[in-house]
Write a protein that binds this ligand. Structure first.
Ligand SMILES: Cc1cc2nc3c(=O)[nH]c(=O)nc-3n(C[C@H](O)[C@H](O)[C@H](O)COP(=O)(O)O)c2cc1C
Length: 333
């Protein structure tokens, strides 16, 4: 039997990637996931105590986290490069330099063009996974030589483009259009979701929200509690200037939508976002007053667990879910 393409590419045991999360996925979470056989990914502001506008400090903070992961595990891991556009490129360029200097095995590149950093990362021997939200973008990423794409459906927590394609539709579109491996994310947190994504053509799985609600994540305890309490329609999709963001519904999301509806200007909206940033929720614990990026899968999460436990739960239940599926299929096939 051949090896799973994502496991082979990334040299990991299970094709499950912990997605990067701003202010959430620091060295401890990354090391716990990687040690358990998945791939952990350091996100922006990992391990940070405050917001820095300094480019140098942004890179050096990431270097410190990379070194910390290496003290905790020998397993492969990834660093998120939020490429960005215009002014933001100076930050991502610095993170790319650090990733290359530190010889991080894998880069997860998001929010940007695939031709910005793919060549320089690949020339340095680093595997490149690029996040996309349409098959057309996937094709472009494949053409510039990324090793795999990550398709993020509308269910996903956090920021994405303006498309509303769900994981159920996007994954087969991308898998049919591309020859390189495809990782599916958005709404996946349990074995049933993994099995469904594999059936849709995914080679690997990308999970953010479920890993946010773990003991090792840097989310504030009040944020984890709020997610555990969330049921049914507990997230909303907010329209921001450049993208959609899926957040846990709270006072912040209600107020944001109210001031938007009332005709607030672009500057007023951006000012409101700055004043109620993820830092305030994730680091200071203002779980009702500030922004918590969060996927729809929150409605399925009922407890805070260890990250290794989450991975073992997901992987350990795939076979029983598959058996159950075979019984269901036998009922009519
Ligand atoms: C709290 C939070 C913060 C996020 N921050 C980032 C980020 O900094 N960079 C990024 O590429 N994606 C970010 N994302 C998106 C995730 O990497 C991933 O696409 C998403 O969590 C997958 O969907 P799921 O939440 O349904 O598992 C974030 C998601 C969450 C929930």
């Amino acid at each position: 039997m051949g090896k799973n393409r994502i496991c082979e590419l990334l040299d990991i045991r299970y094709p499950i990637i912990q997605a990067p999360m701003n202010w959430v996925s620091g060295a401890e979470l990354v090391a716990a996931v990687s040690s358990a056989g998945g791939l952990g990914t350091l996100g922006p502001n990992s391990g940070a105590e405050d917001i820095t506008p300094d480019v140098e400090a942004t890179g050096e903070r990431m270097r410190a986290q990379i070194k910390k992961v290496r003290r905790l595990t020998n397993a492969p891991f990834a660093v998120n490069i939020v490429a960005g556009f215009g002014e933001a490129l100076k930050y991502s360029k610095k993170v790319v330099d650090v990733v290359i200097e530190e010889q991080v095995p894998v880069a997860v590149v998001s929010v940007g063009r695939p031709d910005t950093y793919t060549r320089v990362l690949k020339d340095a021997g680093i595997k490149v996974l690029h996040a996309i939200s349409t098959a057309r973008h996937g094709k472009k990423a494949e053409q510039v030589g990324v090793d795999a794409v990550i398709c993020e459906g509308f269910e996903a927590g956090g920021h994405k483009g303006f498309t509303e394609l769900t994981t159920f539709v996007l994954t087969p579109m991308v898998a049919d259009a591309l020859s390189i491996p495809v990782v599916a994310g958005g709404g996946i947190g349990y074995a049933r979701g993994v099995l469904a994504a594999l059936a849709l053509g995914a080679d690997g799985i990308y999970m953010g929200t479920r890993f946010m609600v773990t003991r090792e994540s840097e989310s504030h305890d009040r944020v984890k509690e709020a997610i555990v309490k969330g049921e049914d329609v507990c997230t909303v999709s907010l329209q921001k200037e450049f993208m959609l963001a899926r957040d846990l519904a709270n006072r912040f999301t209600t107020e944001y939508m109210e001031i938007k509806r009332a005709g607030a200007s672009r500057q007023e909206l951006n000012h409101y976002l700055d004043e109620h940033s993820q830092y305030r929720a994730q680091h200071l614990g203002e779980a009702d007053e500030a922004e918590i990026c969060c996927g729809q899968v929150a409605g399925l999460i009922t407890e805070v667990q260890g990250a290794g436990e989450v991975l073992n739960d997901v992987v350990g239940n795939i076979s029983s879910c598959f058996e159950e599926l075979k019984h269901r299929l036998a009922e009519f096939l």
